[in-house]
Write a protein that binds this ligand. Structure first.
Ligand code: UDX
Length: 434
């Protein structure tokens, strides 16, 4: 098939590249000339494991191309994906400006039957709005379908290649067949394509993200209970997750959820509900718990040290989660700002996100090129993002180079017993005190 993808952000670039990998001819379009130039040279504008090799190979084998001209990309195209950004608008609901602009341009370029696929996360009813906009100028028949994306940053390629499911909201049989053919290489009996009406597909994405965010805030509250009751949240989590109705994933307490999706989607669902006269109180609590959780390590540090002025604090990890350089709503930003605001000296290291983080952290936070260089002379070390290289630290070495011996493990990845045996005061999240 010949496919065009509008928008080369996370979703668009992964979608286009993975579809070309399955043999389709894909042209990715973006208004950002610099981005397109980088992609044409075989570089990628984001950090995503495995993606760069796929881009290069498929470009070399002429199944994947990049352009700034939407009209050129859409010549003879059967399917066009709209995968442009939907930042939160003033009310908290997703801003559809980019989506509708793309829809308008797509409409002008349609000259044969085309399936227009909405990949961006959009409010319920957007499919219909896109259809109206495309209809103004399309010169041939078309269908608009909703196909929300569930990929996770850091494992986006794998998530696309082996999805748990593909959700397609579609009203026409013809478009349904096109989408079935398109996704055939990626689905299995247990990981099916779920066809449904477009509005339900649009809500599915929001509801899934809001549910996952709820699980995390729930566990962060369970962790707070554990700390007060002297329980171990790791054990409680295992005990809960083994119930098949609950399951293990997304039950890890930590420093709060961040990223481009959960915070924004939780707010979007609340806004949607409010506009309909409903109160989604549960999500208000999810958000409140998350705000508290982003302060958790700071509050623990204040409790331990009293005043933080003059204390040197080392941060391991800045990105909102490992395997990405994404700093959007990263809990590390809150922590660094609170520490610096209290007069502490903050030195941070992140294996990938340092450059993206630098302008966001401000002048009071120093960056170190290496984890132990960040810890040098520190009174306390904070683990914020659980990158693999931080999981098994050399406690002896840390003991020698740090000024104080205090560890705040925001992800419960360190061995508390070993850390304590090496002379450290250890604080986790929902783990028992020594
Ligand atoms: C999420 C959804 O998982 C994905 O389906 C959707 O398409 C986009 O949003 P992503 O933002 O890439 O993906 O990250 P994810 O791995 O889901 O993690 C989100 C946040 O939750 C991170 O800050 C992470 O640290 C936190 N988290 C996750 C926890 O605190 N505990 C957990 O158990 C899991």
């Amino acid at each position: 098939m010949k496919i065009a993808v509008v928008g080369t952000g996370y979703v668009g670039l992964v979608t286009g590249t993975c579809l070309s990998e399955s043999g389709h001819h894909v042209t990715c379009v973006d208004v950002d000339e610099k981005k397109i130039a980088t992609l044409r040279e075989g570089g990628i504008p984001i950090y995503e494991p495995g993606l760069e090799e796929l881009v290069r190979r498929n470009a070399r084998e002429r199944r994947l191309a990049f352009t700034t001209s939407l009209a050129a990309a859409m010549r003879d195209t059967e399917v066009v994906f709209i995968a442009v950004g939907t930042p939160p608008g003033e009310t908290g609901e997703a801003d559809l400006t980019h989506v509708l602009t793309a829809a308008e341009q797509v409409g002008r370029a349609i000259e044969r039957y085309t399936v227009v696929v909405n990949k961006s996360t959009v409010p319920v009813g957007s499919c219909e709005r896109v259809r109206e906009v495309v209809a103004r100028s399309a010169r041939a028949e078309f269908d608009v379908v909703s196909n929300p994306e569930f990929l996770k940053e850091g494992s986006a390629v794998d998530d696309f290649m082996r999805p748990d499911r593909v959700v397609v909201g579609v009203a026409s049989e013809r478009a349904r067949q096109v989408m079935a053919d398109l996704y055939q290489p990626f689905v299995r009996t247990e990981q099916p394509i779920l066809f449904m009406d477009p509005r339900s597909a649009e809500l599915t994405k929001y509801a899934a993200n809001a549910m996952l965010a709820t699980r995390i805030s729930f566990m962060n509250d369970v962790a707070a209970l554990c700390e007060r009751l002297g329980c171990d949240v790791d054990q409680v989590r295992r005990g809960m997750g083994s119930d098949r109705r609950i399951g293990y994933p997304f039950l890890f307490p930590g420093v709060g959820f961040g990223g481009s999706c959960f915070p924004k989607d939780v707010r979007a669902v609340m806004t949607m509900a409010r506009q309909l006269g409903l109160d989604f109180d549960l999500l208000r609590a999810v958000e409140r718990v998350n705000e508290r959780q982003k302060r958790l390590l700071f509050d623990k540090a204040v409790k331990h040290f009293g005043a933080l002025a003059g204390k040197r604090c080392a941060l391991w990890g800045l990105a909102f989660k490992p395997k990405t350089d994404d700093m959007r709503e990263a809990p590390a930003l809150t922590l660094a700002q609170l520490l610096a605001g209290a007069g502490a000296e903050v030195v941070a290291h992140d294996p990938v996100a340092a450059e993206v983080a630098r302008p966001l952290l401000g002048p009071h936070v120093r960056l170190a090129g290496e984890p132990y260089a960040a810890a040098e002379g520190a009174d306390a070390l904070f683990l914020v993002t659980e990158w693999n290289e931080f999981r098994a630290p050399d406690y002896e070495r840390l003991g020698q180079i740090m000024r104080g011996k205090v560890l705040f493990d925001g992800r419960n990845v360190w061995d508390a017993a070993r850390a304590r045996a090496a002379g450290f005061t250890y604080f986790g999240v929902g783990r028992p005190a020594a």
